[in-house]
Ligand binder design. Structure first.
Ligand SMILES: C[S@@+](CC[C@H](N)C(=O)[O-])C[C@H]1O[C@@H](n2cnc3c(N)ncnc32)[C@H](O)[C@@H]1O
Ligand code: SF4
Length: 409
């Protein structure tokens, strides 16, 4: 990521709203839509491939009440930065948010509603892990206002689940998907592929099982080995590139057959069932992230600011309760904005409206014209008078395409 601007401040209270509103070189005609992300950082067990800000915790030891207090304090302190702006979507992610009680989620969403204006029909997603909820709990989340569930299935195959260190088995994954199908009109299943020792057959069985629950949305991620994970230390043998590529072809074919379009590199949806929250990221919208380690991107008329909260949950709670949840923030450099916009928008099958580029970055399209022409010459994008989108080849070689837009300094 090209977060190349120097940190303005680190480990101190976030800058005042007046500071962010001062004049600057950037001119944004209008502020983008604003989403809210809430991070709940605990899991029963840390998976060996996971580099998210998640920490092992027994359910009985979860400091739920204190964390909810900290989240409320965090939100209250952030309000002046987003004053009056309606929230287009809420995403409660983790970690394993379904470890929190329905009453806790209810209290959280009540605070959110009391403090922020929500758009009517605002999408409110909660991430849930198989094996962390029972039927009643599930419905209680819906009653608390959650209207979309995202279930981290990964696979339905017991042997593969064990190999990637998941705490649940295939039966629990099927039960969770069935519950989601019954209780939620909008739900997502997360799958991973190119798992240790996975065959094409096994992948196809996972997909068939997932599709049998008629998910309106499916996310399918290629397993990546992230630094500082147990898999990075002891990498398991995984399918080679040819097999992984055959798996992806199969995923695209089977999902299309079931009526789900690949609208983003890893996301598949029925028409109208795309994830609003993620679409806002990919359209380079704004988001306020509260909770341990959460990231925010906030636009002001003359600058775009990124913030991060304290990562370690105990530190975060102590700091947030004193109104000091932000550990560092920086202004995004002007030339990094174009790259960051393209990094996101080129993930979408339909790319972006050229007008949106100017609205979100404050820059003229001419600032990336040279890179666009290069991408066009290499067959990586297509465009017409009003849109730019990745070609089929661009989608396959996405990081090559994105790199053409790196700041040149
Ligand atoms: C924020 S994670 C957490 C969701 C939930 N805690 C879970 O694990 O089921 C969201 C999704 O990212 C995907 N993911 C996490 N680490 C990954 C990795 N190293 N490679 C590919 N996908 C990964 C998984 O599909 C996961 O469901
Ligand atoms: S359950 Fe999800 S967030 Fe938690 S460690 Fe595993 S992959 Fe990471």
């Amino acid at each position: 990521m090209a977060e190349s601007a120097p940190a303005l401040r680190s480990g101190t209270r976030a800058a005042s709203v007046e500071h962010h509103l001062r004049p600057g070189a950037l001119q944004l005609a209008a502020l983008p839509p604003l989403a809210l992300y809430v991070h709940l950082p605990w899991c029963l067990v840390k998976c060996p491939y996971c580099d998210f800000n998640s920490h092992e915790m027994a359910r009985s030891a979860l400091p739920e009440a204190r964390y909810l207090q900290a989240l409320r304090a965090d939100l209250e302190a952030a309000l002046p930065l987003v004053w009056g702006r309606p929230i287009v979507s809420v995403f409660i992610g983790g970690g394993t948010p379904s470890l929190f009680s329905p009453d806790g989620i209810d209290a959280l969403l009540s605070s959110v509603r009391a403090l922020l204006p929500l758009e009517p029909a605002c999408e409110m997603t909660l991430e849930a892990n198989p094996g962390t909820f029972e039927r009643e709990r599930f419905r209680a989340f819906a009653q608390a206002g959650v209207n979309r569930l995202s279930i981290g299935v990964q696979s339905f195959d017991d042997a593969l689940l064990a190999r990637i260190g998941r705490v649940h088995d295939g039966e629990q994954a099927r039960a969770a998907a069935q519950e989601a199908h019954e209780a939620f009109e909008r739900f997502n299943l997360d799958l991973m592929y190119a798992l240790p020792g996975q065959s094409l057959d096994q992948l196809q069985r996972d997909l068939d099982t997932a599709l049998a629950f008629e998910p309106p949305h499916l996310s399918v991620y290629h397993l990546t080995i992230e630094p500082n994970t147990r898999f990075a230390l002891h990498p398991p043998p995984r399918p080679d590139d040819d097999l992984a590529s055959d798996m992806l072809d199969s995923i695209v074919e089977l999902t299309a057959h079931a009526g789900l379009a690949r609208y983003e590199v890893s996301a598949f949806a029925r028409p109208g069932r795309e994830c609003e929250h993620n679409l806002n990221y990919w359209h380079f919208g704004d988001y306020l992230g509260i909770g341990a380690g959460a990231h925010s991107k906030l636009s002001f008329p003359h600058r775009v600011v990124r913030q991060q909260r304290w990562r370690e949950p105990a530190t975060y709670m102590a700091q947030a309760l004193q109104g000091e949840a932000v550990s560092n923030e920086h202004e995004v450099a002007r030339d990094a904005l174009a790259f960051e916009f393209m990094l996101n928008a080129l993930r979408l099958r339909d790319g972006f409206a050229t007008q949106l580029f100017g609205e979100r970055t404050g820059l003229p399209l001419s600032s990336i014209e040279e890179a666009l022409q290069q991408a066009e010459r290499r067959g990586l994008i297509d465009r017409d008078a009003s849109r730019v989108w990745p070609s089929a080849r661009g989608f396959d070689f996405l990081s090559d395409l994105q790199q053409l837009f790196l700041p040149r300094s």
